[in-house]
Design a protein around this ligand. Structure first.
Ligand code: ZN
Length: 455
């Protein structure tokens, strides 16, 4: 078994160093008012100058009601369609989390933000920052997947279609999820302005303003956009740069990598000698990881021993890492990354490790089978057309919980005041003090009802 291809260490370190330098340069430099002298097309100038490669440094989610244009916006900015499966493309919706990276650029001539080499004004652009997008599904039955994505977001773009009244059920549900997950850096995109009159645009703006009043997004900018025609994308990019800065990362903490996807990358019939180990994708929440390190995956795998189930950590070795399609020797927190391991590829196959945590032996967050939580409940149940009051949690009630990228169901064994004890069907690995998202079954659906903090 061999790992994914590696580039020489020196080159990768240089790349990372350069990406930092590049950003500071980009921040310092003011756009040049004078167009640059047209170079004479000699053989030398015809060659492209060697380009510095940026690595993604921030993870931004696109959220909102189904068919409001999340995927179109991601496509507009990244040139990629995040809908990965034929079924998703056929139905025009995102079922799994979609990922795509892009670089925010700035025009050297007019100073506008752009995503292409050439600005609309004809000027050249320079790279500012590379961003990872995570496109969350907007369908109401896929809320658990949306919450898995929310655990990996540094900020979010809430997409609201202006041709529909606001809020639609999942617009409200997704904003509540951001609030519960504690994601503060939010931009609201008022999309599909190409389909409406100016009168409706103002009405829609007022609906949105009214909807976000008193929420975490109260002061979020509202950017009118036509994702379909690319109108106002430069303003959206400018807001991404100012509202969702790259968070300060503490590299000294123990590494915590949250798994949001896992797969077997080998094609059927691959020669045994050429088989790659299992791959997991997700985000490094804190600390740093190095190729060659021994790692562990928690809670790991279930075994039965004397009629009792036990969970054993999965030890393995880190054989390769990629971020933004570039292989690196050292990984620091930023965008969505992939980790190659020595695992038998059947272990992470088909997202089976989603929700698990990668770290270093002896330095992992605890694994919990039973949680004691201090609970904060919402006032109203959101997500459907008819809203009801949230009733207090009761003993013997079955709940769905989201802990980082993990989800599990559990039964409440004790409920006193705002303190509950819940025994989980599948254990979760998460640090004390983190938020556990709580959903309750109402009708046929799991609905968000609040969160708890592990005490
Ligand atoms: Zn320009």
């Amino acid at each position: 078994m061999k790992g994914a291809s590696k580039a020489p260490r020196k080159k990768k370190e240089a790349l990372q160093q350069k990406s930092k330098e590049k950003k500071t340069e980009a921040q310092k430099e003011k756009p040049k008012k004078q167009p640059r002298k047209r170079p004479v097309a000699t053989k030398k100038t015809l060659e492209k100058p060697s380009k510095k490669i940026l690595l993604p440094e921030v993870n931004i989610g696109t959220i909102g009601h189904i068919a409001h244009g999340k995927t179109t916006i991601v496509h507009r900015l990244t040139g990629k369609k995040t809908q990965a499966h034929s079924e998703e493309i056929k139905r025009g919706l995102t079922i799994r989390l979609g990922y795509a990276d892009f670089t925010v650029k700035k025009c050297l001539k007019c100073g506008k933000y752009a995503v292409k080499e050439k600005c609309e004004c004809g000027g050249d652009t320079e790279d500012v920052r590379r961003i990872s997008f995570v496109d969350a599904p907007g369908h109401e039955t896929l809320m658990a997947t949306m919450l898995t994505g929310a655990a990996t977001m540094d900020g979010a773009i809430l997409v609201i279609a202006a041709n529909e009244s606001c809020p639609q059920p999942q617009t409200k549900e997704h904003l509540t999820a951001l609030e519960i997950s504690g994601i503060k850096n939010i931009i609201i995109v008022q999309n599909k302005i190409d389909l409406i009159s100016q009168e409706r645009a103002i009405e829609s703006y007022n609906e949105i303003k009214n909807f976000v009043k008193g929420t975490i997004a109260e002061n979020a900018p509202i950017i009118p956009v036509s994702a379909q025609y690319g109108a106002n994308i430069d303003v959206l990019l400018e807001k991404i740069e100012t509202i969702i800065p790259t968070p300060k990362r503490n590299l000294e903490l123990e590494p915590i990598f949250l798994i949001a996807r896992s797969f077997d990358i080998n094609k059927p019939g691959t020669n045994a000698m050429d088989i790659h180990g299992g791959v997991v994708g997700g985000i490094l929440k804190q600390g740093k990881l190095n190729v060659g390190e021994k790692i562990e995956i928690h809670p790991g795998r279930k075994i039965e021993r004397e009629n009792r189930e036990e969970w054993l950590p999965i030890p393995t070795k880190l054989t390769s890492m990629t971020i933004g399609g570039i292989s690196v020797e050292k990984l620091v927190p930023g965008g969505s990354a992939g980790i190659g391991t020595e695992l038998d590829p059947s272990i992470p196959k088909s997202d089976s490790l989603v929700g698990q945590v990668v770290g270093i032996t002896g330095k992992m967050p605890p694994v919990w089978k039973k949680l004691t939580l201090e609970v904060n409940l919402l006032k109203r149940v959101v997500g459907s057309k008819e809203e009801t009051d949230v009733q207090p949690l009761k003993t013997n009630e079955v709940m769905m919980i989201n802990a980082w990228t993990a989800r599990s169901v559990g039964t409440i064994t004790s409920a006193q005041g705002n303190k509950i004890e819940i025994v989980l069907k599948l254990p979760v690995c998460i640090s004390k003090g983190e938020r556990i998202v709580l959903s309750r079954r109402i009708g046929q659906k799991w609905r968000l009802v609040g969160y708890g903090v592990i005490v």
